[in-house]
Design a protein around this ligand. Structure first.
Ligand SMILES: Nc1ncnc2c1ncn2[C@@H]1O[C@H](COP(=O)(O)OP(=O)(O)O)[C@@H](O)[C@H]1O
Ligand SMILES: [Mg+2]
Length: 248
C-alpha cells in the first residue's frame, strides 16, 4: 500500500534520515521503532508530505506521491497524527474533530455529525462539548487520533499516540487501535512502548541514527542483537547474554 524507498533527509549538516525504506502492507499494523532522535518523525513527515526528501520516493497505492502536498495526500487517504498534540484549545472536542471531517464535506452539520461518530470510536463520546483545553493528556491523545480518523484515512500514521499515558490508559487505547485496523484502516505507528508494539504490530521496522537497521516480525526484531545495541549501547547484547547465562 505504501512504499517509501531510500528516503534521505538532511537538516543543514545533520543526516536525519539516511536512505531508509519502509513497505506497509494493506490491512496491517506496521511499527516504526528506534531510539530518540533516530529520525522516525522525520520519516513520517516525508511520507505525509510535510517535509520533502533530499532523495528517495514515496509511493501510495502504486502512485508516486513524492512531490505532492500534504492536503492532496490526505485526499488520497493518508492521515497522520502529531507527536506534539496541538488541539484548538478554544474549540470543543466535537469541533476539533470536525476540522478533520471538513476534508470531505463543506456542510458543518455533516462534519459535526461525523465528528460525533468518530468521538465515539475513540471513547470521547461523552466529552463532545468539553473545550479541548480542558482535556487530560490521555484525552488530547484520543482527540488527535479522532481528528486524523475523521479524514477517513486508508492509511493512518500514528506518531507516539501512547506517549505520556499511564499503563491503564495504554490498556484502554490498545483495543481502540486494533479496532480501527479491524474496520479496514491500515496503520503505521511510531511507538516506544514495547508492550504495545508486541501486542499490535504484524511487522516492525527499526530506525537508528537515520538508518533502517532491522525489520520483520516483532519478536524476532526485538531479539536482534543490532536492535538491542541501538537501544542500550555498544556491547549490550553480549552483556545481556552473559547475564542470562549467569542466572541460569
Ligand atoms: N526541523 C528540523 N531541523 C533541524 N533538525 C531537525 C529537525 N527535525 C528533526 N531534526 C533532527 O533530526 C534528528 C531526527 O529527529 P526526529 O525525526 O524527530 O527523531 P525521532 O522522531 O526518531 O525521535 C534529530 O537529531 C533531530 O534533532
Ligand atoms: Mg519523534
Amino acid at each position: 500500500m505504501l512504499k517509501a524507498q531510500n528516503l534521505t533527509k538532511r537538516f543543514f549538516g545533520l543526516l536525519a534520515v539516511d536512505s531508509a525504506s519502509i513497505d506497509v502492507e494493506e490491512g496491517s499494523i506496521t511499527g516504526l521503532i528506534g531510539p530518540n532522535g533516530a529520525g522516525k518523525t522525520t520519516m513520517f513527515a516525508m511520507i505525509a508530505g510535510f517535509l520533502s526528501p533530499n532523495s528517495g520516493q514515496v509511493a501510495f497505492e502504486g502512485n508516486d506521491i513524492t512531490g505532492e502536498k500534504p492536503h492532496l495526500r490526505a485526499r488520497r487517504g493518508l492521515a497522520r497524527t502529531f507527536q506534539i498534540v496541538q488541539p484548538f484549545a478554544g474549540l470543543n472536542v466535537r469541533d476539533n474533530i470536525a476540522v478533520g471531517a471538513y476534508l470531505h464535506t463543506k456542510d458543518p452539520r455533516e462534519a459535526r455529525s461525523l465528528a460525533s461518530q468518530t468521538a465515539e470510536r475513540v471513547g470521547l463520546g461523552r466529552e463532545l462539548e468539553k473545550l479541548a483545553s480542558g482535556l487530560t493528556i490521555a484525552g488530547r491523545k484520543r482527540l488527535e487520533l479522532a481528528r486524523a480518523l475523521a479524514t477517513r484515512p486508508k492509511l493512518l500514521l500514528l506518531d507516539e499516540v501512547l506517549a505520556g499515558l499511564n499503563p491503564s490508559e495504554i490498556r484502554d487505547v490498545l483495543p481502540i487501535i486494533r479496532s480501527i485496523r479491524d474496520e479496514g484502516v491500515t496503520i503505521l505507528m511510531i511507538e516506544h512502548i514495547m508492550q504495545a508494539v508486541m501486542n499490535l504490530c504484524d511487522s516492525v521496522y527499526v530506525l537508528s541514527q537515520g538508518r533502517m537497521i532491522a525489520s520483520g516480525e516483532p519478536r524476532a526484531v526485538c531479539n536482534d542483537p543490532a536492535v538491542i545495541e541501538a537501544y542500550l549501547g555498544h556491547g549490550a547484547a553480549e552483556r545481556i547474554r552473559s547475564e542470562g547465562a549467569a542466572d541460569a
